[in-house]
Design a protein around this ligand. Structure first.
Ligand code: NCD
Ligand code: ZN
Length: 383
């Protein structure tokens, strides 16, 4: 295992990536950066895109999200995927069992859309009170997407019409899977060939474009009517660009899908999110994989960021001089879009250094978090 390579190399990301403080805004950034010891009190954030897995992995990661977030939209890409309300209810029970005692964390469940999902299943989902959305994985786009949709226009329109009727959002992994399309262009081509025509056909369908990565996605979101289409944004797509995949050697722990993009795209997303627009909200896409499945000849896509996400979002808003807009992004825009109440409890983020563990071991493996072994600046706490 290339352990001797990955950590020294990782150290160079953080000294490298504050390329996010670009020269143009440097003076402003210095003037606006928060003083050490400063404390922010935020309405408890929710995570609108989270992979909790199952079994040992679920038990290893659940508390990291539950400690900081009030609720999370839990992705259904298990093996086999969560395609029915009945399976979602059972999965929710297993998540609740994995939470630390006394936790009030509320997992919001989703269904995995297939070519065969029926409109009847959407009615059941709405009635259940625990399923809040349906996830579209184009077949072959990402981890465990092989059972996903092969032809949305040919197979899924009746079910999407039913969702529009129930005001149930469609959560979209927005990448085409055509192998002839360059991997860095797949989001842009998805917008042109799927999302725009889909919205024309079903203008009342609520859509969340998940983990946006490009300026084209920002343009698309801004062009839609407010309250009907929104986007989640991950810490990695706000902090890293595609150089981080190769900085000092191949960096498997920076590999996720959609893959990191050029700096101009990262800058476009940072501007959109820190502008204060209510069309964007927090979705970590925290996607743990056992270390051996990341550091191998065909490594899995997914970055484990749950323990560091809030620190990183705070850093992005601080560097943009927009800390006053952080709370809307972490805690208001998501529930407002989903039509759910905002959380009432608070958390604190203190500007003080803390060291990210090099890994989180569990019985039969370990998980390497984003920025493993690095020092971050904003420390979340419950009191
Ligand atoms: C996710 C996973 O591992 O489940 N991976 C990722 O790179 N983001 C799936 C996904 O959201 O694409
Ligand atoms: Zn995801």
């Amino acid at each position: 295992m290339p352990t001797s390579c990955s950590f020294p190399c990782q150290r160079s990301w953080i000294s490298y990536h504050p390329s996010s403080i670009n020269l143009r805004s440097h003076r402003f950034v210095v003037a606006s950066s928060a003083a050490a010891g400063m404390e922010l009190s935020l309405t408890r954030p929710d995570d609108w895109h989270l992979h909790l897995r199952e079994g040992e992995l679920l038990h290893a990661v659940a508390s990291h999200s539950a400690r900081q977030f009030g609720r999370a939209i839990v992705m259904p890409n298990l093996k086999p995927p969560i395609t029915t309300t009945e399976a979602a209810v059972a999965y929710r029970q297993s998540i609740l069992k994995a939470l630390p005692e006394g936790s009030v964390f509320d997992p919001l469940m989703t269904l995995y859309l297939t070519d065969n999902t029926s409109p009847e299943e959407i009615k059941l989902a709405r009635q259940s009170g625990v399923v809040f959305a349906v996830k579209l994985y184009p077949a072959g786009a990402t981890t465990n997407s092989q059972d996903g949709v092969t032809d949305i226009f040919g197979k899924c329109i009746p079910v999407l019409e039913e969702m529009a009727k129930h005001n149930m959002p469609l959560l979209v992994h927005g990448e085409v899977t055509d192998p002839s399309v360059d991997i860095f262009d797949r989001e842009k081509v998805f917008i042109e060939t799927i999302l725009e025509p889909l919205l024309k056909k079903l203008p009342h369908l609520k859509i969340v474009m998940e983990h946006i990565t490009t300026m084209e996605a920002v343009k698309f979101i801004e062009s839609c009517s407010e309250g009907s289409v929104a986007a989640t944004v991950t810490p990695q797509h706000l902090i890293l660009n595609r150089n981080s995949l190769f900085q000092g050697g191949l960096q498997p722990h920076n590999y996720c899908l959609p893959v990191l993009k050029r700096e101009i795209h990262r800058e476009a997303i940072v501007s959109a999110v820190t502008s204060g627009s209510n069309r964007y909200f927090l979705g970590t896409d925290s996607a743990p994989h056992e270390r051996r499945r990341k550091e191998c000849t065909c490594g899995c896509a997914g970055i484990y960021n749950a323990p560091v996400a809030l620190s990183l979002y705070a850093k992005v808003f601080e560097q943009a001089g927009s800390l006053d807009k952080l709370e809307a992004f972490t805690s208001f825009n998501g529930p407002d879009f989903y039509g759910l109440p905002r959380n009432t409890s608070k958390i604190k983020l203190r500007k003080s250094s803390w060291k990210v563990p090099v890994s989180y071991p569990y019985e039969h493996g370990e998980i390497v978090p984003m920025f493993a072994g690095e020092t971050l600046e904003w420390l979340p706490s419950n009191n």
